[in-house]
Design a protein around this ligand. Structure first.
Ligand code: LLP
Length: 426
């Protein structure tokens, strides 16, 4: 039997099909999502607080597949958007405008107008953007993003709080904010923050929660207080990395907001804004091994999983667990150091470096685990490769296509000169 599929085996991740069958049916590389895992994560997050105003605001930049958004909505989560594209996706998934918050950064008047016209509450994160929103929507409601001066995250590229990041309005800018609000007759209806992505201990998050609640006491018009996301997941499951303690986090959060609301008489909403925690673990990406070779001491398994498909390992040196599947199972045997690489023409195209794994063979199917967040969402058409298909394994274990693989027609469709000659076809 397979020594390197314990994690997905335990979840019955692929339902009624094997990973080999999924690749045969839908092609390779392939993103596969499991509905049960997704629903479980939604429920865990909703259970963090029993306060009646508590909402989980899914940060859709992690994964905006329409079918997944529909499931997330059916679990009672609301959603954030940060581009016109995300607004369009959310509306198509059935979210109503009061369920969408626009949390943007450095956008045009036109974009602000688009969000306002859709009836969304908009959060701005600088004084000039606040002024611009005032011009676009005088007399309206607005939310501002505060930079609490506290940061957290798995890599410096994803720490969003603190003085060295581009985000948020500083806590000392209160007077300037008031002047701009007054100038445009705006009402400050919400505060939000986001300190960064991926914490495994709740301490700095809770520190930031307390900070934002102190800030909130200076305003009596608030309807929403949004503490941001960043809830981490264990990427090293084969090393038994502990999970973030959601029960302890929930106790602290629930207690903190409950006491604060009681003391201040606040009866608006409290939100958290997780992306990764909602979708990371419900997704894997499957690829196929095409060539195995030794370059000197190094053993390379060459696959179709390049950083066009999964960018995280290259962008952040991120670690994803690897599983190996073969028709007749991967035998219990000695492991060896192997480096899993993709098919992109850069030597940095490394998915997993020097891993101790059972011997990988040509024809094997490889899974990169925990790829449901910032996986497909960050994929690209670099080297003019087509973006992969996405498949859902539903509650009953049945699989279905939820995004078709891109085609060569999709690739060429944006070139007007090509379209003129061919009527748009390859
Ligand atoms: N709210 C705001 C305003 C954000 O900018 C983000 C993520 C979130 C919420 C959700 O954060 P999460 O719960 O997913 O940590 N591509 C990187 C992560 C970038 C996060 C960007 N902002 C990665 O793959 O690790």
């Amino acid at each position: 039997s397979n020594v390197r599929s314990a994690v997905t085996d335990e979840l019955d991740f692929y339902g009624l099909s094997t990973p080999m069958e999924l690749v045969e049916t839908y092609g390779s590389p392939l993103y596969v999502y499991n509905e049960n895992v997704l629903r479980r994560r939604c429920r865990e997050l909703k259970g963090l607080s029993s306060h009646p105003g508590f909402r989980v605001n899914y940060s859709a930049k992690a994964n905006a597949n329409l079918s997944l958004l529909r499931i997330i909505r059916s679990e009672g989560l609301v959603v954030d958007a940060m581009s016109p594209g995300e607004i369009a996706m959310h509306l198509a998934a059935g979210f109503t405008p009061d369920e969408i918050t626009y949390v943007c950064n450095n956008v045009s008047a036109e974009e602000l107008r688009n969000a306002v016209d859709h009836g969304l509450l908009v959060s701005v994160d600088s004084l000039p953007q606040l002024d611009l929103l005032g011009q676009v929507n005088p007399g309206g409601k607005v939310m501002i993003r505060i930079n609490p001066g506290i940061g957290a995250g798995h890599h410096k590229k994803v720490v969003t709080g603190g003085k060295e990041t581009k985000f948020g309005i500083g806590p000392d800018d209160g007077d300037a904010v008031r002047r701009i609000l007054k100038r445009h007759n705006l009402t400050l209806a919400g505060l939000n923050q986001h300190i960064g992505s991926l914490f495994m201990e709740p301490d700095s998050y809770m520190e930031a929660v307390e900070f934002l609640l102190r800030e909130a006491e200076q305003w009596d018009s608030l309807e929403v207080i949004d503490f941001g996301g960043g809830f981490g997941i264990p990427y090293r499951k084969y090393e038994k990395q502990p999970r973030l303690d959601m029960e302890a986090t929930g106790r602290m959060l629930d207690d903190c907001i409950g006491r604060w609301a009681e003391r201040t008489g606040y009866n608006g909403r409290f939100m958290i804004e997780p992306g990764r925690y909602v979708t990371a673990e419900c997704g894997v990406v499957l690829g196929t091994v095409h060539a195995v070779k030794n370059n000197g001491e190094r053993r390379f398994a060459g696959t179709d999983l390049g950083f066009n498909v999964l960018q995280r390992p290259v962008m952040y040196d991120a670690f994803h667990d690897v599983e190996i599947y073969r028709e007749d199972g991967v035998p219990q045997q000695e492991t060896m150091q192997q480096t899993i690489v993709g098919n992109i023409c850069e030597s940095g195209d490394i998915m997993a470096a020097a891993r101790e794994l059972p011997e990988i063979q040509e024809g094997d199917i490889i899974a990169m685990l925990d790829a449901g967040a910032y996986g497909f969402a960050m994929s690209s058409s670099y080297n003019q490769r087509l973006r992969p298909a996405e498949v859902l394994v539903d509650k009953d274990g049945r699989d279905r296509l939820i995004r078709r693989r891109e085609t060569l027609d999709d690739l060429l469709a944006c070139f007007p000169e090509h379209a003129e000659k061919t009527g748009g076809s390859v």
